[in-house]
Design a protein around this ligand. Structure first.
Ligand SMILES: Nc1nc2c(c(=O)[nH]1)N[C@H]1C(S)=C(S)[C@@H](COP(=O)(O)OP(=O)(O)OC[C@H]3O[C@@H](n4cnc5c(N)ncnc54)[C@H](O)[C@@H]3O)O[C@H]1N2
Ligand code: MOO
Length: 394
């Protein structure tokens, strides 16, 4: 059995970054920028008043001084006359400051009487003018690859760029397998249960930018599994759920190999998640997840989500773990890394982690009530309350 980290690396090595496509800015949030974008303009493009008040020459900004007001500049409506020495114009936040004025006195520091203002005896010392290009200059580059957050999208809009090259979204086929499964809402026989994992994984992966197709549930026969695998054609990633273990009805590997799977590995030193498999099938990477609901979701978190970064050209990122203080003792761990469902809370002295009482890999209610995985390495010795542990926020 290989380690969790080796499995992550081997799956990443089965994937290549996807190609780019042009995306309208309004749809680019969360997407990965494929090539640098350059500012088509300078921001701000003119000297800008950053306050509501009166613009003048600094030589005229003397406490107690009186000036005539000879015009007005507002955002989107510049003052286009000339301002004689000793005069001021009314100005508002966002308006261009006309040359040669170099000082804005805020209106709180002024008394106005008709067309004249008198400056207070104490006035703010700042000029309240934002220089040209204070934010960025034409040609400034936002580098790639980069996952675009909300601030990036606002910046690119300000740059004047309306469409941009992004890596296309990965296409993922999700295949639930098992004679016992029915779709949510369908009639459930006495020996059946409702398929849940494919829905949880779809929500997880789509929240991370993938496009998922839920294929029909495959029954536990090689023929049916292969028929559904054929429906997955055109996907970048095929994810099967269940049928991965050693029972007589666990046929996913046999069916996939019959369909041309080149298996890279099977079984990892992880709990839950032991029967994980990965390989290449046609143009796609196939990942076979264990069927137990929590196993599938934990494997989704540890193996599938990071692969979206790899497909986007960002490379395999390290697992995002933090150190927390354990709130109750735990016995020694066995030979597999244990990803325990846990609750992490932030207290004044840092993070505190409490593993759930029940760690059965079928209990979705426990997973749903957890907000973190507490990660124990293989053969981790017994731990006492107060010990440091590694956690991964869900
Ligand atoms: N003799 C052994 N038995 C088992 C081993 C082993 O090493 N030796 N490994 C156990 C471990 S660990 C796991 S995990 C499971 C995984 O088995 P499979 O991947 O073959 O999963 P299934 O048998 O198909 O299903 C397991 C369980 O999960 C339910 N299931 C399956 N798919 C779904 C779905 N889409 N939605 C909801 N629930 C699902 C299924 O009904 C079963 O209850 O094997 C152990 N056995
Ligand atoms: O590895 Mo299984 O996924 O322990 O339940």
């Amino acid at each position: 059995m290989i380690s969790v980290e080796e499995a992550r690396e081997r799956i990443a090595a089965l994937l290549s970054p996807l190609e780019a496509e042009q995306v309208p800015l309004a749809e680019a949030g969360g997407r990965v920028l494929a090539a640098p974008v350059r500012a088509a303009r300078t921001q701000p493009p003119f000297r800008t008043s950053i306050m509501d008040g009166y613009a003048m020459r600094s030589a005229d900004a003397r406490p107690g001084h009186t000036l005539p007001v000879v015009g007005e500049a507002a955002a989107g409506r510049a003052f286009d006359g000339s301002v004689p020495a000793g005069c001021a114009i009314r100005i508002f936040t966002g308006a261009p400051v006309p040359d040669p004025l170099d000082r804005v006195v805020i209106q709180e520091d002024v008394r106005r009487d008709g067309d004249r203002i008198t400056l207070n005896n104490r006035i703010e010392a700042a000029a309240f003018i934002r220089p040209v290009g204070a934010d960025f200059e034409t040609g400034m580059e936002l580098g790639a690859p980069r996952r675009l957050g909300p601030a990036d999208i606002a910046l690119i809009a300000a740059m004047g760029v309306a469409t941009l090259p992004c890596i296309r979204q990965p296409r993922i086929a999700l295949i639930a397998t098992g004679d016992e499964l029915v779709m949510p809402g369908a009639e459930v026989g006495p020996d059946q249960i409702v398929a849940s994992n494919s829905f949880g994984l779809k929500a997880m992966l789509e929240a991370s930018g993938a496009r998922c197709r839920l294929l029909p549930i495959a029954r536990d026969t090689v023929a049916d599994l292969q028929a559904v695998l054929r429906l997955a054609e055109g996907s970048d990633l095929i994810v099967t759920i269940g049928g991965a273990s050693v029972g007589d009805h666990d046929l996913v590997q046999t069916a996939a190999e019959g369909a041309g799977l080149s298996l890279d590995f099977y079984k990892i030193a992880m709990r839950p998640g032991k029967p994980l498999m990965a390989g290449r099938l046609g143009d796609a990477t196939l990942i076979g997840l264990p069927g137990n609901p929590v196993s599938a979701m934990v494997c989704g978190q540890v193996f599938l989500r990071p692969m979206l970064d790899v497909l986007a050209g960002l490379g395999l990122q390290p697992m995002d773990t933090r150190t927390a203080t354990l709130t109750r003792p735990m016995g020694p761990n066995g030979p597999r890394a244990h990803f325990m469902r846990a609750t992490v809370e932030r207290r004044a002295d840092g993070l505190h982690a409490t593993p759930a009482e029940r760690q059965d890999s079928a209990l979705l209610s426990v997973l749903s009530a957890s907000n973190a995985l507490l990660i124990r390495p293989p053969h981790d010795p017994a731990r006492a309350s107060g010990d440091p542990v590694e956690v991964m926020q869900l």
